[in-house]
Design a protein around this ligand. Structure first.
Ligand code: 5GP
Ligand code: ZN
Length: 114
């Protein structure tokens, strides 16, 4: 997708601070962190949001969780814990139309979801 900012980050047309990369997955620091650790994990394939995930994406989406685990350990937040958020669509508060998993940690988060 030529007008997608996360595809541009994947293609290195836009800069980012990469914390993990393999053939299917990229993880980078959020430009506007809301917690001391705020990392976005994305599939390299352009998938607009969870509504567009196909059976062929299951391996990549599954792997994203083992990547999250690795990043959490590396960032030193695994033991104390963290939160994963995936916003979907307008009501879900999604602003960037490329599927992304927020890793939020480094401070004690509240128990409320909304
Ligand atoms: P959403 O609201 O779509 O779930 O989250 C989008 C996230 O992407 C936001 O936390 C926002 O700060 C982050 N973001 C938007 N544009 C950029 C960018 O160009 N670079 C990086 N690293 N993060 C971005
Ligand atoms: Zn994209």
């Amino acid at each position: 997708m030529s007008d997608c900012i996360f595809c541009k980050i994947i293609n290195k047309e836009l800069p980012s601070t990469v914390v993990y990369e393999d053939e299917q997955i990229l993880a980078f620091k959020d430009i506007n962190p809301v917690t001391p650790v705020h990392i976005l994990v994305i599939p390299k394939k352009h998938i607009s949001n969870l509504n567009e995930v196909e059976p062929e994406d299951e391996a990549t989406i599954g792997k994203i969780y083992t990547v999250i685990k690795q990043i959490a350990r590396k960032e030193g937040i695994a033991e104390k814990g963290y939160r994963i958020i995936v916003n979907c669509g307008e009501d879900g508060g999604q602003e960037v139309g490329h599927l992304h998993f927020h890793i939020l940690g480094g401070k004690k988060l509240g128990t409320k979801i909304v």
